[in-house]
Write a protein that binds this ligand. Structure first.
Ligand SMILES: C[S@@+](CC[C@H](N)C(=O)[O-])C[C@H]1O[C@@H](n2cnc3c(N)ncnc32)[C@H](O)[C@@H]1O
Length: 244
């Protein structure tokens, strides 16, 4: 969920409200000074803002397939990011099918965020509008794991050897989380000869143990479980290092 605040004296909005656990995939990406970054499914742009706030991106490409959501992304950028920090030289917004990104810019980026469309469990429980569990959207829901795998695979192929990619969702579904990661890792190796290794993110469990309620038994990645005393998430995030 996001809500816009009031403009400050520079005409910029002061805060962007979102689930605190949404910052974890961005932190896991560990952007270092001078990195080139691709945000493959970026709209409406909460995580893009957090990526830019690291002040470390030499260049950021924010992409989304949806034209209308890209317009929201552009509005978010204009509303929150000072003009001199979003010139054509440092931020590019594109509207492409992320699944094809590996063909366009292969082995290009130091860091890639793949924050995929998913069943958005909290939203689906609370909101009727646009609910992915609606009967009319059954086919689309069933196709999600395939779409997610294709997007993650494209993200892997766009990452430079030695670079890192973070996959994230806001669902509890093991199929959309761990299974998608494992399948994309397999496909990268068998179809493209590209090897990636899931990274240990258990330090997040230690550092944020007083803020978030983590599931203890993910095979790969970390999962924040909503809890009455720590009502954030769900948020799954997994980091892959591209070896070659
Ligand atoms: C979970 S949302 C991204 C949220 C965003 N990262 C943020 O923090 O605000 C997933 C996005 O994926 C986009 N999407 C769906 N299919 C896509 C595709 N084939 N290529 C690129 N983006 C896609 C959707 O339009 C949606 O905006």
């Amino acid at each position: 969920m996001c809500r816009l605040g009031m403009p400050d004296c520079f005409g910029l909005l002061e805060y962007y409200l979102m689930d605190a656990s949404s910052l974890l995939p961005v932190l896991a990406l560990d952007i270092q000074h001078g990195h080139s970054v691709l945000d493959l499914c970026a709209a409406p742009g909460g995580k893009t803002l957090a990526l830019l706030q690291t002040n470390n991106c030499r260049f950021l490409t924010a992409n989304d397939l949806s034209v209308s959501r890209c317009k929201r992304l552009q509005t978010v950028m204009r509303s929150y990011v000072p003009r001199d920090q979003r010139t054509d030289k440092n931020v590019q917004i594109t509207t492409r099918d992320g699944r094809l990104w590996g063909d366009v810019e292969n082995s290009t980026y130091d860091r890639v965020l793949v924050d995929v469309p998913c069943t958005t469990d909290r939203h689906s429980l609370l909101e009727e509008e646009n609910n992915i569990f609606h009967r009319m959207r059954t086919k689309q829901r069933q196709m999600l794991p395939l779409l997610q795998t294709e997007l993650l695979l494209a993200g892997i192929l766009s990452t430079k050897p030695g670079g890192e990619v973070v996959y994230s969702t806001c669902t509890l579904s093991q199929l959309q989380n761990e299974y998608v990661v494992e399948r994309a890792v397999e496909l990268a190796a068998s179809e493209h000869g590209v090897h990636v290794e899931p990274q240990d993110l258990s330090c997040f469990r230690k550092v944020f143990k007083d803020t978030f309620n983590f599931y203890q038994d993910c095979r790969v990645g970390e999962l924040v479980l909503p809890h009455l005393t720590a009502n954030f998430g769900p948020m799954f995030f997994c980091k892959l290092l591209r070896i070659r």
